[in-house]
Design a protein around this ligand. Structure first.
Ligand code: GLC
Length: 804
């Protein structure tokens, strides 16, 4: 007889009973303890630990306790059913298995009948039935395509310099995914900071599964609604991104590294001279003395205060890099004070762990210790005093040369105690947290910008993220779009990539295409590696410069729309760049890899991120009617279109009935012609419901009513636009509203019943690129709306009803 079961390959064992305590149901099993919790009408939590272990009530990701929820617990032949208004969870008693159904009775997710939840040694597994039609999406910063079926992934934050198109893992870990089956969607968040593995049918056709190497299994199951509702529910659980300072939505220029001070000032000045809008300039590691944190290289930056002041006076914000490694050097203040307070991570014998990174041998602050976070925050005092409001946390996977920190290193884990195996994936997140919280204490009234490379679920609460050290190629540019969209599916809203590519060198076509895509990315930052070619918008020749200027200006023109999208994100967790899966998950075409680089930028703008080298490309538009942003050309949805993709434009479309608020751009945020708000109204048969949000862009006054919020409702079929009365106490500087009617034949326009004067104008969102545009004949331009009806009305805070 063949020997069958390795004794370590263990099932849960027979279920001998259960107890209900409020919204918790605990099952007694021979080999484990299982707890089911009603978390919200649409979320249930299932936890499993070994029979002699206890549940840990601690999470860096989850910020909410269970919400009081009505539920029924019904006995069935096989076990029980837990029902809320939004889901039914069937629980089979022998052996214990879970099956999640929606209210229509569709099975969303079911444990594999034979294996369900089980373990090998200390590692827990949950095997789920794999359906023929099942599509898997999410997991955040993971390479590959939108549909993850047939692939597997692990979560272990990694310094993935020049990563390949299939490499895994990268820098961040967000173990939240969604499944789509039988026309319904479910979500699963596995709250484990260990090196977890997710398998969506790689190497087997029987089940999908995930595994956590230690610490028990803690999963949240989401049901009810589509992808958008799932991501919002995940945002409820793990938090949303705070409203950023408005300047951080402007163009940001980085390189590894600009120095000395004169060079930085030169770059800043060149932006202004060339009238290319820009808000931010970065200082990468060379601004420091031998890469020591919280120091300045006095040779290259002899007078940091005056230097920072000069940039601020030019209306540039400064972002400085701050890595985690503190150089081991007697007399160096950060080292001495960290040692004195005993804040660095240690080996189990009580000695400090040392590893090598930019400054040489370093100790590493234990950011999972409250005292460390407090101390860390205080180190920023002199930078904050100079007026620096942007902080860039890098290398915080954490990485040291050799890329293998020993597992036995110990962390406080906020009093829980943990080895590196458990703390690794939250290190970057807790560093970003320490930075964000520290700056908030130093500048309580000013919004700061924090950027972090590593992160874990919930990182969106502390920092924006970028996709690390990408490469200068078309494939990488498109991979970056997929990464950004996948990050959005995991609640990370403020994301971007190194425009132009970090490693390698872009050609002018690639650079300009990348700038165009960047203009439609939440984080709009150009960056490049040491010893590479210059990579500012003017470094690739005159044509590239003109195209880049056009798209940076377009970005600034869209600022009212974009800032509102960021506001929405802070409220409900919807990311700014949304995979088509958000709104069109039940359209199977969107999972076709050819359309995987199309996305919604905010609620109403569809961007097709196309490669830089084909002048004509195919684009799929989902159902509805779409308008080419640049010239208003109308396209029917649910179809593939062949579209001109010359280098001077990126294909961008506006959803029917949309209302897009814009403004005339300036050279930096705050420089715009803010006395006029432009509302671009597009024809359609649907109802568009959105809003316009604005505030001072810099302070927290909005938390106490210092904002303006106006609903925008356009009923395309009955041709009525409602602009709601202004909520909040902030007064817009706008004096007038210009309404532009796109695709709308306007015989008559009435505002609150009164007939208005209509004039006609040509509208251009991008300028002709003078000497290079093959279409430009000095007159009609192909990227121009010919004669659009325009009505100008006074800006006032009362509600406005417009009919046309
Ligand atoms: C890392 C970062 C990169 C930075 C460099 C030097 O490679 O990912 O953005 O420029 O370190 O600090």
């Amino acid at each position: 007889m063949r020997r069958r079961l390795d004794p370590a390959n263990q099932a849960l064992g027979p279920c001998t009973g259960h107890q209900i305590d409020g919204q918790k149901i605990t099952f007694e099993l021979a080999e484990a303890r299982v707890e089911l919790q009603v978390y919200r009408h649409d979320i249930v939590r299932i936890r499993v630990v070994g029979k002699d272990e206890s549940f840990e009530d601690f999470s860096y990701a989850v910020i909410r306790g269970p919400e009081k929820t009505e539920f029924q617990w019904t006995v069935t032949d096989a076990g029980w059913v837990l029902s809320t208004n939004s889901l039914d969870l069937y629980v089979q008693a022998q052996p214990l298995r879970f099956q999640l159904k929606d209210k229509a009775g569709k099975t969303l997710l079911a444990d594999d009948a034979a294996f369900g939840i089980s373990r090998i040694g200390r590692e827990w597994y949950n095997y789920k039935e794999l359906r023929d039609d099942e599509i898997f999406i999410g997991l955040g910063e993971k390479t590959g395509h939108l549909n993850r079926r047939g692939k597997w992934y692990q979560h272990w934050n990694t310094d993935a310099f020049a990563y390949g198109e299939e490499d895994d893992p990268l820098y961040m870990s967000t173990p939240f995914y969604m499944g789509i089956t039988q026309g319904a969607v479910y979500g699963v968040f596995v709250d484990s900071t260990y090196r977890s593995i997710f398998n969506f049918g790689a190497s087997n056709h029987r089940f999908s599964y995930f595994q956590v190497p230690d610490g028990g299994l803690d999963q949240y199951l989401f049901a009810s609604g589509g992808v958008s509702e799932m991501v919002q529910a995940y945002g409820w659980l793990t938090g949303t991104a705070p409203l950023p300072p408005k300047w951080s939505l402007g163009y940001q220029q980085c390189r590894y590294s600009y120095y000395p001070d004169k060079e930085v000032l030169n770059v800043a000045r060149t932006f202004r001279e060339k009238h290319i809008p820009c808000d931010v300039i970065y200082l990468d590691i060379h601004y420091m003395d031998q890469y020591k944190l919280f120091t300045w290289n006095n040779k290259e930056f002899p007078d940091p205060e005056a230097f920072v002041r000069a940039l601020l006076d030019m209306n540039f914000q400064v972002v400085v890099i701050i890595d985690p490694g503190v150089k081991v050097e007697v007399g160096y203040h950060a080292y001495e004070s960290g040692k004195e307070k005993d804040l660095f991570v240690k080996f189990p014998d009580g000695t400090y762990y040392s590893g090598d990174v930019w400054p040489g041998t370093c100790h590493f602050p234990d950011f999972t210790l409250e005292d460390t976070r407090q101390w860390w925050g205080e180190q920023f005092a002199s930078l904050a005093k100079m007026g620096i409001k942007g902080y860039w946390n890098d290398m915080n996977e954490p990485v040291t040369w050799g890329k293998k920190l020993p597992d036995l290193i110990e962390f406080d884990f906020d009093g829980q105690g943990a080895t590196h195996r458990k703390a690794h994936n939250v290190y970057g997140m807790q560093m970003a947290r320490a930075t964000a919280e520290g700056i908030k204490k130093l500048m309580p009234d000013t919004r700061a910008f924090v950027l972090s490379r590593a992160g874990y679920s919930g990182s969106q609460r502390y920092a924006a993220s970028w996709t690390g050290d990408n490469s200068a190629s078309d494939d990488h540019m498109l991979l970056g779009v997929r990464l950004m969209l996948n990050m959005g599916l995991a609640g990370l809203s403020f994301t971007g990539v190194d425009i132009g590519g970090f490693v390698g060198e872009a050609n002018p076509q690639l650079f300009t295409r990348w700038m165009q895509i960047g203009a439609f990315s939440p984080l709009f930052r150009g960056h490049t590696m040491i010893n590479s070619r210059d990579s500012e918008p003017w470094s690739y020749g005159e044509e590239a410069e003109e195209i880049s200027r056009n798209f940076i200006r377009l970005r600034y023109r869209l600022m009212p729309y974009l800032y509102t999208a960021f506001h929405e994100s802070s409220e409900n967790g919807l990311p700014v760049t949304r995979s088509l899966a958000f709104d069109y998950w039940n359209d199977s075409h969107i999972f076709d890899r050819r359309w995987g680089h199309e996305y919604l930028f905010g609620p109403a703008i569809l961007v097709a991120a196309v490669n830089s080298w084909m002048p004509i490309q195919k684009i799929y538009l989902p159902h509805g009617i779409w308008y080419n942003l640049y010239n208003g050309q109308k396209y029917a949805g649910a179809q593939v279109h062949t579209i001109d993709t010359p280098r001077e434009v990126l294909p961008v479309f506006v959803k029917e009935s949309a209302v897009i608020p814009m403004q005339m751009p300036g050279e930096f945020v705050g420089d715009e012609k803010s006395d006029t708000l432009d509302l671009h109204l597009f024809a359609g048969y649907t109802t568009y419901q959105g809003y316009l949000y604005n505030d001072d862009g810099n302070t927290y006054a909005f938390e106490n009513g210092g904002y303006e919020k106006r609903s925008l409702k356009h009923d395309g079929a009955s041709k009525v636009l409602h602009i709601g009365a202004s909520e909040g106490q902030w007064t817009s500087p706008a004096k007038e509203i210009r309404l532009f009617f796109h695709g709308i034949e306007t015989a008559e326009v009435r505002i609150n019943g009164v007939k208005q004067a209509v004039r006609y104008e040509k509208v251009r969102f991008i300028e002709p690129i003078s000497n290079f545009d093959p279409f430009f004949q000095g007159g009609e331009h192909p990227w121009e709306h010919a004669h659009v009806a325009v009505v100008t009305i006074g800006y006032h805070s009362a509600a406005i009803e417009l009919s046309y």
